[in-house]
Design a protein around this ligand. Structure first.
Ligand code: UD1
Length: 418
């Protein structure tokens, strides 16, 4: 199993491009199931989760072509299987995104229940309740969610809490439903907006994406479209924090500062110098960093997917800061690994109290989930000596060529394949 070795202490200098957003790519791929015409997607990141989604579509019967510019064409005219098997779903919970499209277009879907998850129980009850409100019959049998509906019908559904993939699943299902659907308390994430843009290009009638109320007028058929996936704001934020904690000076190209307002504001509060271009960000420091208080919230609040990385920034900054996680339970598994590198973090319920001013020191550590593994790489970059990170398959799920991009910025980082 691959490991990553980081020899820390080098400031990151230079510029790199940001990849397309994983969390926009996965629903866009699932949306291909809504039509029998080809969908052309560009700016697709090369990630394990994307491969998993392509594999899932492939076993449903989709024909997939990758062109020389790494665009992907998906043709779902030959779908012959509406089951998402346990082997794929257990490696990626976002597989559940195929449920809405399969049900809307084929009248049936069987999705394995995702099972255990390293960052809390993460149920899909709201996806199911929303589909039921649209007339689906849902049973749980033999570890599978079995959903049936002759044709989904428009409905009003209020989410109990804000869910990103829940909003996306219901938006896709409603696009082909009979009549109008009103979704309330919806996620406002830019990836939801990107999916709505794609669906509208395919002939859907969706209004309000990016607000907490989305209205969808169902149509009989959707058609093919071309779509360029938006930049990955979490990858952008991770590299911004990497530049800050190494005292570097980097420029991130092909990104979008407008979808990073909360992280940019927090990093400025911490003393990071950030210059915004139309599609780029230059990040540097001019002195000591200060620990900051953060509470994770749905967009436009501070993203939970950057919480682990901010623990590293607080650890090496002056003062103390709290990081409160409100989205997921049990999303502090990285704390004990960061403590192995010398971080001074105390957990109190869903709040991590970080006392800064620590000199991190390299050690062997283990990645526990996707964003946690990014925080360990960052900690390794800031630490003196060598940090060995094992279980890096977590990082390959969500960061495209992270060690190559960091190497291009001057980091001493290597992937070890034994
Ligand atoms: C998405 C992102 C993930 C990010 C998360 C929160 C993708 C592929 N993944 O995950 O990177 O960390 O948003 O920004 O886009 N919940 C329920 N019932 C449900 C659905 C969700 O109780 O039916 C709860 C979850 O357990 C969690 C909260 O709602 O506590 C938010 O989860 P959700 O927004 O659904 O996360 P994902 O869409 O899985």
């Amino acid at each position: 199993m691959d490991r990553i070795l980081v020899r820390g202490g080098k400031p990151l200098i230079g510029s790199i491009p940001i990849s397309g957003a994983k969390n926009a790519t996965l629903p866009a791929l699932a949306a291909s199931l809504l039509t029998d015409k080809p969908l052309m997607l560009s700016n697709i990141p090369h990630l394990r989760d994307v491969t998993t989604m392509l594999e899932l579509l492939g076993q449903h019967g989709a024909a997939i072509t990758v062109d020389e510019r790494l665009g992907v064409e998906i043709d779902c005219s030959g779908i012959h299987n509406t089951q998402a098997p346990y082997d794929l779903v257990r490696t990626m919970r976002a597989s559940v995104l195929v449920m809405g499209p399969l049900l809307a277009r084929y009248g049936q879907a069987e999705i394995s229940l995702p099972g255990g998850c390293a960052i809390g129980t993460r149920p899909v009850n709201l996806h199911l309740r929303g589909l039921e409100a649209m007339g689906a019959e849902i049973r749980l049998e033999e570890g599978y969610i079995k959903a049936r509906a002759k044709r989904l019908r428009g409905a009003t559904f209020i989410f109990d809490l804000v869910t990103v993939t829940g909003t996306e699943n219901l938006m896709m299902a409603a696009a082909l439903a009979d009549g109008e659907t009103i979704l309330e308390n919806t996620a406002c994430e830019p990836e939801v907006v990107d999916l709505a843009r794609l669906l509208n290009k395919m002939g859907a009638h969706i209004e309000g994406a990016g607000t907490s109320c989305i209205r969808i007028q169902g149509v009989e058929h959707l058609h093919g479209a071309e779509h360029h996936i938006l930049p990955d704001r979490i990858e952008t934020g991770t590299f911004m924090i990497a530049a800050a904690i190494t005292g570097g000076d980097i420029t991130l190209n092909r990104t979008d500062p407008h979808i990073l307002e909360a992280p940019i504001a927090k990093l400025r509060q911490a003393g990071v110098v950030i210059e915004e271009g139309p599609d780029s960000l230059r990040v540097s420091t001019d002195g000591l960093l200060r620990a900051v208080d953060i509470t994770t919230f749905p967009y436009p609040g501070f993203p939970t997917d950057l919480q682990a990385q901010m623990l590293v920034l607080n650890s090496i900054s002056t003062g103390a800061g709290t990081v409160t996680e409100t989205i997921f339970e049990n999303r502090f598994m990285h704390v004990s690994e960061l403590q192995r590198l010398g971080a001074n973090i105390t957990l109190q319920g869903n709040t991590a109290i970080v006392r800064g001013g620590v000199k991190l020191r390299g050690a062997p550590v283990m990645a526990t989930d996707l964003r946690a593994s990014a925080s360990l790489v960052l900690a390794g970059l800031a630490a003196a000596g060598e940090t060995f990170i094992s279980r890096v398959y977590h990082i390959d799920r969500g960061y495209e060529r992270i060690e190559e991009k960091l190497m291009a910025l001057g980091a001493d980082i290597h992937r070890l394949s034994h």
